[in-house]
Design a protein around this ligand. Structure first.
Ligand code: NI
Length: 141
């Protein structure tokens, strides 16, 4: 079993905000199920740093590329497959779901630099017959 890192000590700092902004923030928090502002602000800061890692720092991140396409286009399926084989080193897993008689959903989980993940995603999304595509990144702070 791996050794767990001891939890870091928490420090307090004051934040000044307009009342109207606090009201909107509290409203948002209650909808999202947060118990307190501190936890929400910690998450916001983590998100911000993770985003910076993806967008600016050229770090290795996880990327989830998902898209819907019409499976009756045989050439399209071949093209999607060969693009994935070209990128086999960055692809961890691919899941294929048959949505209905006509359409398929494919989810590709990748680990690489964000730029490289975006490149493959854009190539797939640009193919004729790919109806919609989405990409999201996950990284540790
Ligand atoms: Ni299918």
């Amino acid at each position: 079993m791996g050794r767990r890192k001891a939890p870091e000590e928490l420090y307090r700092f004051g934040v000044s905000m307009e009342q109207s902004l606090i009201d909107k923030f509290d409203n948002y928090l209650s909808k999202r199920g947060y118990y307190n502002r501190s936890e929400a602000i910690r998450d916001l800061v983590r998100d911000l740093l993770a985003k910076e890692k993806v967008e600016i720092k050229n770090s290795v991140v996880y990327g989830i590329v998902s898209f819907i396409y019409g499976h009756h286009l045989r050439e399209l399926e071949e093209k999607i497959k060969s693009l994935q084989h070209e990128n086999y080193k960055s692809i961890i897993s691919t899941t294929h779901i048959h949505i209905d008689h006509m359409n398929c959903l494919e989810v590709i989980i990748m680990k690489d630099k964000a730029k490289k993940i975006k490149l493959l995603a854009d190539e797939i999304f640009a193919l004729k017959g790919v109806i919609s595509g989405q990409i999201s990144f996950v990284s540790q702070v």
